[in-house]
Ligand binder design. Structure first.
Ligand code: SF4
Length: 424
């Protein structure tokens, strides 16, 4: 039986690689605790054990010698896969694992010293090669990690890295480069200097290695979603708050990585609300109450259109969707035009990526978000069902929050009833 355990102990002695956030975590080092956790996880049935822990298993500041000796004793004649930086691959450390089927995983990342320098890997190819040689001298194996789509990538780099990796390692894992929240790489995405690649792009980049038994492909090495370290309030009207880089990163995520919930086949576009998260606002609660009794309600996916873009409602509690404001009254004609153009494009991108069976909307007829949505659907030839009654709106428009005035809600209910009837 193969088992994977995560042992968090100490901190990566390097911690500076631009693509890594794990290396910045700092945990207590406690041999007794490590041995206890190890023993709780490893019994006689375990034939192969993979230990993950940010940094280096062979760095005794992270994993004391006492613990290494214990792990080596327990894993005698069994497979043990550990991770280490090359500088900790020494005769002294390797000698502890005699009799263990040891595999040392090392991040090669990219077989180019100039790229390694820019990635701030703190390692040269020479050091990598030397560590691999020493591991082989002890008749242990080496697993090399290679980044697919690292920053500073260039045509042919992956091929070069794989060639180099296969020369020095017994097996390779091609890992998709994702920006961890604490990694500097995340800022490269924000500054549009680099972008993560999605599944299709990863498959395309790695397809020629599909049949090579020495190479494993790892697209989903951790569940990924934009997480911003700096969380200031984004309040204002104007270009800065329309195409803010944080919003742009999220829109990229929603179109290239996000998949709508499989059971939500009917989309209902709604406007944003002053109160955040949107679902706690009076407007959203009232609209939901009006339609929650209909049989299709469970299939409904509420998606908000606002100045940050197109926001599936399940993300509305996340930053910055929970911490921004845009005052419509301060809009100028030119920002209105830009809002329409940018929003239309964002809706088009979202709807090209996420398909639904039915498309509904409930916006004020003069809302820019609603107009951009209509224009986008027209261009995509999507039939959009507008649940807002223009005639009733004319009578209610001067009241506060017209969308949830009684007349509007009654008209909404009638339109929803008609839609519900269509589904039978
Ligand atoms: S990639 Fe490895 S060496 Fe680099 S900071 Fe992260 S844990 Fe440390």
């Amino acid at each position: 039986m193969q088992k994977i355990i995560i042992l968090n102990s100490g901190k990566c002695s390097w911690g500076r690689c631009v693509f890594c956030g794990w290396g910045k975590h700092d945990f207590e080092v406690d041999s007794k605790e490590l041995i206890k956790t190890f023993n709780e996880n490893v019994d006689d049935k375990v034939t192969s054990l993979k230990i993950f822990g940010s940094g280096s298993f062979l760095d005794e500041k992270q994993f004391p010698i006492k613990f290494l000796k214990h792990a080596a004793r327990v894993m005698k004649d069994r497979e043990l896969i550990i991770e280490s930086r090359p500088e900790y691959v020494t005769r002294e450390k390797l000698g502890l694992f005699k009799g263990v089927k040891l595999i040392v995983a090392i991040g090669l990342e990219a077989a180019d010293d100039a790229v390694l320098r820019k990635l701030r890997k703190g390692m040269t190819l020479k050091k990598f090669n030397k560590a691999c040689k020493l591991i082989h001298e002890y008749e242990f194996k080496v697993k090399g990690y290679i980044l697919v789509n690292p920053p500073f990538n260039y045509k042919g780099l992956l091929q070069k890295s794989v060639k180099h990796g296969l020369k020095h390692c017994d097996e390779l894992v091609l890992i998709n480069t994702y920006p961890h929240a604490k990694a500097e790489l995340f800022n490269y995405w924000i500054k549009s200097e680099w972008k993560p690649i999605n599944k299709e792009e990863f498959n395309e980049a790695t397809e020629k290695y599909n049949d090579d038994k020495r190479i494993k492909l790892d697209f989903d090495n951790y569940s990924f979603e934009p997480r911003f370290e700096k969380q200031e309030r984004l309040t204002g009207v104007g270009r800065k708050y329309l195409v803010h880089p944080y919003f742009t990163v999220w829109q990229d995520y929603f179109t290239r990585f996000y998949k709508r919930p499989a059971d939500k086949t009917i989309i209902l576009f709604l406007p944003c609300s002053k109160r955040k998260p949107y679902y706690k606002s009076r407007t959203h609660k009232t609209i939901r109450r009006m339609i929650s009794g209909f049989p299709f309600y469970n299939k409904l996916h509420i998606v908000v259109i606002s100045n940050p873009g197109v926001i599936p409602v399940e993300f509305s509690g996340k930053y910055p969707f929970n911490n921004y404001d845009w005052n419509e009254r301060k809009e100028t004609e030119s920002i209105k035009d830009e809002y329409l153009r940018v929003t239309e494009e964002r809706v088009i991108n979202y709807l090209k990526a996420q398909k639904y069976e039915h498309y509904l909307s409930y916006f004020k007829p003069d809302s820019e978000s609603g107009i951009a949505l209509k224009n986008a659907c027209r261009k995509l030839r999507i039939k959009l069902i507008d649940l807002c009654s223009k005639d009733v709106y004319e009578k209610e428009k001067d009241k506060r929050n017209p969308l949830i005035q009684r007349g509007m809600l009654e008209a909404l209910r009638i339109k929803v009833k008609v839609f519900s009837g269509m589904l039978k």
